[in-house]
Design a protein around this ligand. Structure first.
Ligand code: NAP
Length: 291
């Protein structure tokens, strides 16, 4: 069994981006990071994004509207960033406070600056296999992780647990693409799926993204499978200073001995999400400069 090291793969992607930015002349890439309010998880996610951007040489503009911002004011803020030619990518940290329409905000971001890949046009481009679009960072990170770990999906049965627009659906669309490393046969499962273990047991590659701590147990996994654990769940743990520990959607102690390869939590898909945000930002900058 091999543990796929997301930190290591993410570090090599960041090094590649850093080299590309360093070798360029003229304006450097710029990402606007919009964080509404002070949700502690959002504060920590945005800090990580800022640190990665700084490491690569991407300028980040931190915009911190108060929690009282109205939808109209937030729309205006997005419009201003859309119109600013020195901003390549716009990220609005999710979740937004109650009362603000997140999907409307994602749609308002100009598609060519939508480095999160949540805009309707970019989801359409993913379905059309149009390489000019932006793919959501977590599923893009899963594919990059598999590829760099030497796992080709071609002809394999990939079972995706979860059908969210942020992870499950785009991951399935990527796996089924007509590409050398993709070309998978894909099954998407969700909360209404009947006989779930019978389906997951067929997976050559199992991608778990449901947000249920240690849900996937050994009896649900085929020996020799590759398992990608996307889940990030807090489980109460009195032995930890924080009072909790992070765990994935897979019961790692019993599932990992069965696998040929598996991602840990933390240190698997998580670091890849930030790396792919940076990759999308550099892509937006490259495309904006060429436009
Ligand atoms: P989500 O929007 O809540 O979607 C969860 C999906 O799982 C839904 O499709 C749901 O089905 C399905 N599901 C829930 N319970 C199920 C069950 N008992 N059996 C089968 N399917 C079930 O979650 P998400 O945003 O996709 O995130 C999933 C997990 O990934 C979370 O733990 C999240 O924290 C983590 N995540 C990690 C990263 C990262 O960077 N590492 C990024 C994003 C998300 P229905 O559609 O029927 O409700």
């Amino acid at each position: 069994m091999e543990i796929i090291d997301g930190n290591q793969v993410a570090a090599s992607i960041i090094a590649e981006l850093k080299a590309e930015v360093a070798s360029s002349t003229g304006r450097k890439p710029c990402i606007a990071l919009v964080r509404v309010g002070d949700d502690p998880a959002s504060v920590s996610y945005v800090k990580k994004k800022q640190a990665s951007a700084a490491e690569i040489g991407i300028e980040s503009r931190l915009i911190l509207p108060p929690v009282t911002i109205t939808q109209a004011e937030l729309n205006q803020l997005i419009d201003d960033l859309n119109a600013d030619a020195t901003v390549d990518g716009i990220l609005v940290q999710s979740p937004l406070p109650k009362g603000l329409d997140e999907v409307a905000v994602f749609r308002r971001i100009a598609a060519h600056k939508d480095v999160d890949g949540f805009h309707t046009l970019n989801l359409g481009k993913l379905a059309q296999e149009d390489e000019t679009g932006f793919v959501a960072c977590t599923p893009a990170g899963i594919m990059e992780l598999l590829q760099r770990a030497g796992v080709s999906l071609s002809g394999k049965h990939v079972v995706v647990l979860g059908r969210s627009l942020i992870v499950g659906k785009p991951a399935a669309l990527l796996a089924v693409q007509r590409k050398k490393w993709a070309n998978a046969t894909v099954t998407i499962c969700h909360s209404q799926t009947a006989n779930l273990p019978a389906l997951t047991r067929q997976a050559d590659v199992l991608i778990a993204a449901i947000g249920k701590a240690e849900f996937v147990t050994a009896d649900m996994v085929k020996p020799g499978a590759v398992v990608i654990d996307v889940g990030v769940n807090r489980v109460p743990d009195a032995t930890k200073k924080a009072g909790y520990r992070l765990t994935g959607d897979v019961h790692f102690p019993t599932v990992s001995p069965l696998c040929t390869k598996i991602t840990p939590v933390p240190g698997g898909v998580g670091p890849m999400t930030v790396a792919m945000l940076m990759k999308n930002t550099v892509k937006a900058w490259r495309q904006n400069r060429a436009a």
